[in-house]
Design a protein around this ligand. Structure first.
Ligand code: ZN
Ligand code: ZN
Length: 140
């Protein structure tokens, strides 16, 4: 599902964040592309759209989205954070050890119900590692 700029702006306003141009661009990249960018990836993408934008502006926009609860920081590799859209069903991540891309992996819905009685689950972090279909095809 792709979100329009208008929907993204409503999300920002709803979360108490002023929908500035750069915040919208950062949220759109994370929510619509599902590419799980790092902060550096985001800076590169946003500066293609808005030449001259500073790294600080992009990072500040990103952190405003994290603080507002729209974006979550994934710690998948040592030292590098990747960012994911938070308003989507719980899912795992598959990290390709060849190309480094991060894919969403659907989880069985009953996983969230599998907690022992008395526990409330707020988040599920499940990471898979292996080789993605593209890289597998190239190896053959
Ligand atoms: Zn791959
Ligand atoms: Zn994800």
């Amino acid at each position: 599902m792709k979100y329009s700029d208008r929907q993204l702006a409503e999300m920002l306003t709803g979360a108490g964040v002023r929908p500035s141009l750069h915040r919208l661009a950062v949220l759109s990249t994370i929510a619509n592309d599902r590419c799980h960018p790092s902060a550096d990836d985001l800076y590169r993408r946003i500066s293609e759209q808005y030449p001259g934008v500073s790294r600080t502006t992009v990072y500040n926009s990103l952190h405003a989205l994290v603080d507002a609860g729209l974006v979550k920081e994934l710690k998948l590799e040592r030292g590098v954070s990747h960012f994911d859209f938070l308003l989507q069903p719980p899912h795992g991540h598959f990290i390709c050890s060849h190309c480094g891309r991060i894919f969403d992996m659907g989880l069985p819905p009953e996983l969230a119900d599998s907690a022992d009685p008395g526990f409330r689950i707020d988040a599920i972090d499940l990471n898979f590692k292996g080789i993605c279909p593209d890289c597998l095809a190239k190896q053959q």
